[in-house]
Design a protein around this ligand. Sequence first.
Ligand SMILES: O=C(O)CCC(=O)C(=O)O
Length: 274
Amino acid sequence: MDTACLEHCLTEAERNQFERDGFVVVDNALPASMVEGLIEAVDSVKPGVDFIGKADRFLELVDWHRTLPKVWGILGWNIHLYHTHITVTPPVPLEDRPTKKRLHWHQDSGRVSLDIETIPAPRISVKVGYFLTDVSEGGRGNFSVLPGSHLTDEVEYPADGVSNPPDALEVRVPAGTAVIFDRRIWHAGGWNFSDITRKVLFVGYSLRWFHPRDEMSVSHYIDRCDPIQRQLLGSKTGNLGLTTPKNEDVPLREWIREHLGEEAVADRSVRNLT
Ligand SMILES: O=C(O)CCC(=O)C(=O)O
């Protein structure tokens, strides 16, 4: 794996922000040339889920050096991809605009929060959203969040039945920015009232014992992947992630240990993290 990762580890400020707000913005996550290539790839496939195996250009997102270190800083080393999706949001036709009101607020893997008895339910996964088009102004279909809502597991909606919660925040960022968000944060894609089609790639990582939501159609990549990419794409020698895995199942653990030391791979209970 690219040692450039070491320059992009989660900072204390980012950790505090993520814990408090449920998301963190990563400026300049992708260089302009990569954004261009990814747009070409997006335009060559059908938008939807499980995109990672659909074009070679997508493979480098799996262990992208500007975001993966932040993901492992949040979830630890026992991770894999569980869900990817391309979202293309064309402009809403003028005549439909008056009907577009409250957004589709939701948590990811919402069943987890409904099935598990603690409040808040556990994090278990995060998603990285890569914005390929400019969403630095509002009304462009912006990814929207209710900051801090990952800690409450519920949302209070205005009584009028149509408006959004008053603390709803549109994430306004230029192309090439990424956002990393906790699956529990209430979020939604906005209405696109601009004339720019919005294009976003969402890459979801979860703990390895969480069942992937996608088919994970990536077997054609495996021979050319390095061991960490294989871990992230779900390769296993039998260990399903529920017990302490062997080194060959989690090369990411050894890589982090070698480059960042024993403390960086300590279990959450030992690190005493929230
Ligand atoms: O399209 C968006 O900005 C929202 C994405 C979303 O709802 C999701 O990833 O679950």
